[in-house]
Ligand binder design. Sequence first.
Ligand code: GSH
Length: 218
Amino acid sequence: MSLTLYFHPLSSFCHKVLIALYENDTPFTPQLVDLSNADSAAAFKAIWPIGKFPVLRDGDRTIPESSVIIEYLDQHYPGRTKFLPSDADLARQTRLRDRFYDLYLHLPMQKVVGDRLRPPGKSDPHGVADAKAALRTALDMVEKDMATKSWTMGDDFTLADCSAAPPLFYIDKVMPFGDTHRNARKYLDRLMERPSYARALKEAEPYFAMFPKERAAS
Ligand SMILES: N[C@@H](CCC(=O)N[C@@H](CS)C(=O)NCC(=O)O)C(=O)O
């Protein structure tokens, strides 16, 4: 079997999976998806009609959804970093933290960034304010949770850390939290120094100019 990852180098959910692939030096073929190109978008949607990346192909198997992909890699391509602990209770806690980072940090971050891409006059300031309030609540929880730990589950780097890195990185771009949430910021620093995420960020560098800038208030 051979792995192909449908992805975009700037995409935060793709970074989550790239971290897992790079952690274990898992060989794969990167397939860049350009949703602004009709042919690239159509070819991708033929594989996964939802049209959201990352999507992994393993032979004729299609595996969408970042958390599911990482569990799949853990089961079928295990390596030195184990993403889900063998202990059932620890695995449940890891999955809970994965959900926490996806739902309460990653999605509100996407809302804030996505609003910058809306057509003029179609922005949603109320939705963005709600998303920022949700981010502050979640960051307060990260701040407490990461007071004494290296990684989200303690000493071992897991799925939950793959999930934490991309939203924390992009949240810090749109709502810097180094002064208000020091433990969370130190955790982000550790994540950025981790070779797997450092590599994903390095590869994303040529695309960072595409990151949408905040619009001046009208
Ligand atoms: N629940 C999905 C979310 C994936 C997602 O939101 N991907 C974004 C990029 S970070 C995307 O494909 N956006 C393109 C679009 O919505 O058109 C996962 O965990 O993989």
